[in-house]
Write a protein that binds this ligand. Structure first.
Ligand code: PLP
Length: 386
């Protein structure tokens, strides 16, 4: 591929080819797993682009170019986990700085900002980011970053990224969007005004529940430079094998997401008509409060569905334990369907905080199995939970 030719390619072509030229030495069609920790130099500092594998390695560079290409970003940086990627961004702030996050931010994000960086003098406010007045009111002179998730985990609320960016940028505040739920196939936050996109690539990017990873994509050179410094200086980098697994996963992201979206829509509609269900949270339902914003800024509504069980916490737990195809487990975004109860599982770290989750809430990561089997499984589990 020459120069910027890839920029005109469709998503699936980019996912399969960007950063993934056949190996020059052997012609291998897939990117090799480069395990070398160090690279030979002709003279001190004279090398072929690689010195030491924490700083950079060829398998990681392939992944970084590919996912950056999918996000329409000029720069991409891979990290050892989603939290390591988040840490690189939050760590740019200094004692006395302030960050705004959403009232249902992912529990791990809240824990990082509140417990890890709170001890180091970073302050935070949690607001409903769908409410522009609440956001504008929360921004202080010390505010440096607004952290957006959309759709959110686990409430599936939708935030208007362009509206948040307008408000934040008017005060010189950077906007970070966690694009884990939507993936670059469904949403490109940088094109909507975000300054940085962060991913838990453990989820849809990997897609097979077999690799932990994180990613940051940015257009701004100043952010890229600082992130590359932190990536090398802190060293929370993914192994070459993890990079290979992620490259392999990303190749099928588009086809997987199409099926995730179709199956999730069917599951949401099924649950909406079920008497054991009090409320379904899925942006693809016309009565979801964020439906029109999601329809405008996303290319599909995603594979995550949450619902509130009419029987409250005991019934929610019973349903989560009664499924057979949906497996009771944390995490999300892989080919197999998962079910969990956020208040005691993924979101336990926000208990007793303003981000606490309804104990009757059940979160589904709808996989790509045959949809009839998913619906039948939920039907029998709900029947046994009442
Ligand atoms: N962001 C979101 C929305 C998540 O759901 C998660 C993990 O569940 C993370 C970030 C953290 O990613 P990781 O588990 O890869 O560190």
């Amino acid at each position: 591929m020459s120069g910027d030719e890839w920029q005109n390619w469709g998503f699936d072509t980019r996912a399969i080819h960007v950063g993934q030229e056949p190996d020059e030495a052997t012609g291998a069609i897939t990117v090799p797993i480069h395990l070398a920790t160090t690279f030979v130099q002709a003279a001190p500092g004279r090398h072929r682009g690689f010195e030491y594998a924490r700083t950079s390695n060829p398998t990681r560079v392939a992944l970084e170019r590919c996912v950056a290409g999918l996000e329409g970003a000029r720069h991409g940086l891979a990290f050892a986990s989603g939290m390591a990627a988040e840490d690189a961004l939050v760590g740019m702030m200094h004692p006395g700085d302030h960050v705004v996050l959403g009232t249902d931010a992912y529990g791990g994000t809240f824990r990082l900002i509140h417990q890890v960086y709170g001890e180091r003098g970073i302050e935070w406010s949690a607001v409903d980011l769908a409410d522009p007045d609440a956001l504008a009111g929360a921004i202080r002179p010390e505010t440096r970053q607004v952290w957006v998730e959309t759709p959110t985990n686990p409430m599936l609320a939708v935030v208007d990224i362009a509206a948040v960016a307008d408000i934040a940028h008017a005060s010189g505040v950077d906007v970070v969007v966690d694009n884990t739920f939507a993936t670059p196939y469904l949403q490109n936050p940088l094109a909507l005004g975000a300054d940085a996109v962060v991913h838990s690539s453990t989820k849809y990017l990997g897609g097979h529940s077999d690799v932990v990873g994180g990613f940051v994509a940015v257009n701004r050179d100043d952010l890229a430079e600082r992130l590359a410094f932190v990536q090398n200086a802190v060293g929370a980098v993914p192994s070459p094998f993890d990079c290979y697994l992620l490259l392999r996963g990303v190749k099928t992201l588009g086809v997987r997401m199409d099926r995730h979206c179709d199956n999730a829509q069917a599951v949401a509609e099924f649950l909406a008509g079920h008497r054991a269900v009090e409320r379904v949270l899925y942006p693809g339902l016309a009565d979801h409060p964020g439906h029109s914003v999601a329809a405008a800024q996303m290319r599909g509504f995603g594979g995550m569905v949450s619902f509130v069980h009419a029987g409250g916490e005991p019934a929610a737990v019973a349903a989560a334990c009664a499924t057979r195809v949906f497996r009771l487990a944390e995490s999300l975004g892989a080919v197999e369907s998962l079910i969990e109860q956020p208040s005691t599982m993924t979101h336990l770290s926000v208990a007793d905080s303003p981000l606490a989750v309804d104990p009757g809430l059940v979160r589904l990561s709808v996989g790509i199995e045959s949809v009839d089997d998913l619906l039948a499984d939920l039907d029998q589990a709900l029947a046994r939970s009442q």
